[in-house]
Design a protein around this ligand. Structure first.
Ligand code: C2O
Ligand code: CU
Length: 508
């Protein structure tokens, strides 16, 4: 990988300015995401036990707020049998601890940066005031880091510590937090900077859905490993302190060859013969999955979807398989009473073959009573009226050879405002692309009006990410409520994002 140092798409770190290619190793076609092979034998599937991610305790609470303190630091994790992996983790864990929040109760998250690099924290799916949203240049620098040169005059830079405030004035939903450092999001998330943030409300709590140890959050991601057990990543500068970007071969995205769920390779989970609720997050940099159960349950759909990125659907949607792109969440019920005791049920990834075609395994080991149910009506969804949209904006996401991954032919630039919607106005955004891009907007959730025709099978409910395939276009209906200020929208293939496929909108 060091040898490809010159075959680089260069980005000026933290400025957003794009420099020319140092070599004309330009690509004719659009570079596909590429598998990075581990330099050690892959672990055997279904040997480790699925870790249940611990819920973080607040350091204190008062009438309005729960206060959390998290130190972000290097640590060593047990991921592979018989070895350790050095990670960067929130409180030294990967995935980070789960934050559980209540709608209408504020969360204060005080982060301390004990890494050797700048970080930025973003609550994905959060309706967050701009100063806490984790704008990519709102760096939290290590204590002794010198002044950071950024050409962004609006950057809010802090040293050592910073408080993020999340008002939680939104619907219950499965959110997640992850690093969002300008130009370095992909490698920093790969090293471990991601975790769940689960927002609950009374409406959802009174539904008879599976709960307790039958409600499990599953963070799925792929990683590759170096010979010493550390995470392997094709960063041009593995210190992540200088040159950003990946070697040319991987500019389409980095795919790992080991599938991790909650940080364990191809784990197994013993379950009762009852319904379970799984909050599934694809936290991979670039990999899409098509989830399937093997064997499929007799006479029923494998998955009953009850929620999407933005919380509960109005009514359940049945799926035989689920396609999930980076950063999307699917909240599903799986009914293990459809299987005989002793069954082994694999969660497959139909989007890949070989080892990456497996994700985890459930073993139905116990008989238990089940009082849960899936109500035919889950929630109320009040989408805005499309006729109330005050304008339509068109954004084209495409690859422009040596210029990288662009939006409307322009690379990301913090100084350029790509849209200025008015607070509480509704707009239609027409998103179109020549390639695969999971597209995400901060601050808002949206309704998919069309997705190369009618909304697709995975577009139900409130979304904050929509996955477009080659040559597809989608119209999304967006209401810009919440806060005035500057936010980003971008491709959530993290390598594309770091290579400039990001834009700004300012709610005015
Ligand atoms: Cu999940 Cu801007 O990100
Ligand atoms: Cu993309």
């Amino acid at each position: 990988m060091k040898s490809s140092r010159r075959q680089v798409l260069r980005l000026a770190a933290s400025a957003g300015a794009l420099l020319p290619l140092s070599e004309s190793a330009c690509l004719r076609g659009r570079p596909q995401a590429k598998l990075l092979e581990s330099r050690l034998p892959l672990p055997k599937p279904f040997e480790s036990v699925l870790p249940i991610i611990p819920v973080l305790k607040p350091v204190r609470t008062d009438a309005s707020t729960d206060y959390y303190e998290v130190a972000v630091h290097p640590a060593s994790a047990r991921i592979l049998p018989g070895g350790t992996t050095s990670i960067w983790g929130y409180n030294g864990t990967f995935p980070g601890p789960t934050i559980e929040a209540r709608c209408g109760r504020q969360v204060s998250l005080r982060l301390r940066n004990e890494l050797p690099v700048p970080i930025v924290n973003h609550l994905h799916g959060g309706r967050t005031p701009p100063e806490s949203d984790g704008y990519p240049t709102d760096f939290l620098l290590p204590k002794d880091y010198g002044p950071l040169l950024t050409s962004d005059p609006r950057a809010r830079v802090k040293w050592a510590e910073r408080e993020y405030v999340y008002p939680n004035e939104q619907r219950a939903a499965t959110l997640w937090y992850h690093d969002h450092r300008m130009d370095f999001t992909a490698p920093q998330v790969w090293r471990g900077l991601a975790g769940f943030y689960i927002l609950r409300d009374p409406e959802e709590l009174q539904l008879p859905l599976p709960r307790g140890d039958r409600e499990i959050a599953l963070l799925i991601c792929d990683r590759s490993f170096d010979a010493d057990g550390s995470f392997l990543y094709p960063a041009l500068d593995p210190s992540l302190r200088g040159q950003s970007g990946v070697s040319m071969d991987y500019m389409g995205g980095v795919l790992g060859d080991v599938i991790l769920v909650n940080g364990a390779p191809w784990p197994k989970l013993e379950v009762a013969n009852t319904r379970y609720r799984f909050r599934i997050l694809n936290a991979s940099n670039a990999r899409r999955y098509e989830l399937a159960l093997d064997p499929a349950p007799g006479g029923a759909a494998s998955f009953v979807q009850i929620g999407s990125d933005g919380g509960l659907l109005d009514k359940p949607v049945r799926h035989r398989t689920i396609r999930i792109a980076p950063s999307e969440r699917f909240d599903v019920i799986v009914d293990f009473s459809r299987y005989r005791l002793g069954s082994k049920v694999s969660l497959l990834n139909k989007a890949a073959g070989g080892p990456q075609g497996q994700i985890m395994r459930f073993e139905v080991t116990r008989q238990e009573r089940d009082d849960s149910a899936i109500p035919p009506t889950l929630s109320r969804i009040d989408f805005p009226d499309p006729a109330s949209a005050v304008r339509t904006r068109v954004f084209d996401f495409s690859y422009r050879g040596t210029r990288g991954w662009l939006i409307n032919r322009k690379p990301y630039d913090p100084a350029r405002m790509d849209a200025q919607p008015k607070l509480d106005s509704t707009e239609i955004w027409r998103l179109q692309t020549d390639f695969n891009h999971p597209l995400h907007l901060h601050l808002v959730h949206f309704q998919v009006l069309s997705h190369s025709g009618r909304p697709g099978p995975y577009d139900a409910g409130w979304k904050d990410t929509i996955d477009l395939g080659p040559g597809q276009a989608a119209d999304i209906l967006v209401r810009f409520s919440g806060y005035r200020g500057r936010y980003v929208f971008h491709c959530h293939n993290l390598e594309h994002e770091d290579m400039a496929m990001m834009g700004n909108f300012e709610v005015i």
